[in-house]
Design a protein around this ligand. Structure first.
Ligand code: NDP
Length: 473
């Protein structure tokens, strides 16, 4: 039985949607209907912003440790409901359940806890000469989020904004929205003051643009495609609103000649294929020395044998389906383009994985002999497609890594950490992992170039939601 949602969470209560128009959400693994959600109108978006604006004066002056208390309780409730959240997102997005539990449910839970502690411990004032610098919340924040790590991206914005003393209107992706309803239920349960958090679902061009354009919205925190991010920035420019953008990526993983290939290549494939490649920071371009291309290809092909796609709920694979039929078509289009442009297909391709004709599965795919000017090396595919690009010198590898409109993430593998660190400093991206360094939820995440503006997570993510006032004495 499909889940049916017919209300928005506005001003502390569930408000029935005015329009009968709905969006359908599909189970990625089977293509069956998973849920329907209401399509919000401009009027509903506006009333959510009004509620957030009305709640701001009291919330912004509440003692930060008391705000943190609410967020701590949210984190506890998220932990209690983690199985349900993981199952929900495994259905909506298609990430295998065993990974979804730790990543899709666990990370947002930790992010709420981190922001709870941060609000309590933050130095809100600083003395500079004859000035006292006071940090104050920006105001009402419109949070617009995508579908690939849906609750994680929501938590990055909402937890930090609320901890800082801002109030929020959230418009999640229509493709994976049910986790956002769970979060709203939790806010209701912990007794968050009315209007501090509001949820309105609907399309980006209608609800998204309405909350961005509303005169009482002070800041927009957006995660999604570069195309939609540019549109958001354009609208926000009219009233000079603060904009924080987390956009796409096309990250390079440089494997230097003295690296341990047997470790680096399987690790690189995992970081390309995680969440079926639907990860903004996915390491989608693997750069290997031309003299060792054949060896790298053999290792890559052997690794892919361990990535047979399976149902995300019932299967036992690291690889599930893509999120939707549209995404599957988009990815197959890129595979076709790679073949047409002359890249050499060494694994996967256009055929659906055997026995998985229902649902949105694409075979794990590897192209080799990719040139960096090919479409598959320049554009974000958001599918399980790896491009292996040969290089002739370290300088060329760095130049290829930086030859991208994007600047979100990257990887470097070398014989020593010192060498990898030296190369990492030359990569123009917001993050770089060396010799397989783990994702760190306390480290700032965000992009150079067209990957965005601003940072999320940890101290830097929290400070995005603050103004600074200098009071001279
Ligand atoms: P989209 O840009 O299509 O959508 C993201 C969100 O923006 C959705 O909620 C969408 O609404 C909304 N939106 C769309 N158009 C507008 C508009 N004109 N005004 C306001 N809001 C709008 O991205 P996807 O959901 O397809 O997500 C994938 C993209 O997100 C990839 O490019 C990926 O790289 C990027 N991403 C970046 C991350 C980062 O941190 N840098 C992290 C994760 C993803 P709707 O419900 O209608 O789709």
């Amino acid at each position: 039985m499909a889940i049916i949602k017919d209300s928005f969470f506005i001003n502390g209560r569930w408000v029935k949607a005015q329009s009968s128009e709905t969006f359908e959400v599909f189970t990625s693994g089977t293509g069956e209907l998973y849920a329907t959600i209401p399509a919000g109108t401009v009027a509903e978006a506006n009333s959510a912003v009004e509620a957030a604006a009305a709640a701001f004066p009291a919330w912004s002056v509440m003692a930060a440790k008391d705000r943190g208390e609410f967020l701590s309780r949210v984190s506890e409730k998220l932990a209690e409901r983690s199985d349900e959240i993981a199952l929900c997102i495994a259905n909506e997005v298609g990430m295998p359940l065993m990974l979804a539990k730790g990543i899709q449910a666990g990370i947002p839970t930790a992010t709420f806890a981190d922001n709870a502690a941060r609000a309590a411990d933050f130095e809100w004032e600083e003395e500079v000469g004859n000035s006292t610098l006071v940090r104050e919340p920006v105001g009402v924040v419109a949070c617009i989020t995508p579908w690939n790590y849906p609750l994680h991206q929501i938590a990055n914005k909402v937890a930090a904004a609320l901890a800082a003393g801002c109030t929020v209107v959230l418009k999640p992706s229509e493709v994976a929205p049910i986790n956002a309803f769970i979060l709203a239920e939790i806010f209701e349960e912990v007794g968050l003051p009315a209007g501090v958090f509001n949820l309105v679902t609907g399309s980006g061009p209608v609800v998204g643009e309405a909350i961005v354009a509303h005169p009482k919205t002070d800041m927009i925190s957006f995660t999604g495609s570069t195309r939609a991010g540019k549109r958001v920035m354009e609208i926000a420019a009219d009233m000079v609103k603060r904009v924080s953008l987390e956009l796409g990526g096309k990250s390079a993983n440089i494997i230097l000649d003295d690296a341990d290939f047997a470790t680096a290549i399987p690790d690189g494939i995992f970081k390309c294929y995680l969440n079926s490649g639907q990860t903004c920071s996915a390491l989608t371009r693997m750069l290997v020395p031309r003299s060792r291309l054949a060896e790298a290809e053999d290792l890559a092909v052997a690794t892919v044998a361990g990535y047979t796609p399976a149902d995300p709920i019932t299967g036992a694979s690291l690889l599930g389906p893509l999120v939707s039929a549209a995404q599957k078509e988009r990815v197959l289009g890129y595979i076709r383009k790679g073949i047409d442009e002359g890249a050499r297909l060494i694994a996967g391709g256009l055929d659906a994985p055997e026995g998985l004709e229902q649902g949105y599965y694409v075979a794990p795919t590897i192209f080799s002999d990719v040139r960096n000017d090919m479409t598959i090396a320049q554009e974000e595919i958001f599918g399980p497609v790896l491009s292996i690009i040969p290089y002739d010198s370290e300088e060329e590898a760095i130049a290829i890594a930086n030859d991208s409109l994007y600047g979100l993430s990257g990887g470097v593998w070398a014989g020593t950490k010192e060498k990898a660190f030296e190369v990492a400093r030359k990569i123009r991206t917001g993050q770089v992992e060396i010799n397989g360094g783990n994702f760190n939820i306390f480290a700032p995440f965000g992009g150079y170039k067209q990957s965005g503006i601003g940072r999320e997570l940890g101290k830097y993510g929290f400070e995005e939601f603050l103004e600074v006032k200098a009071i001279q004495k």
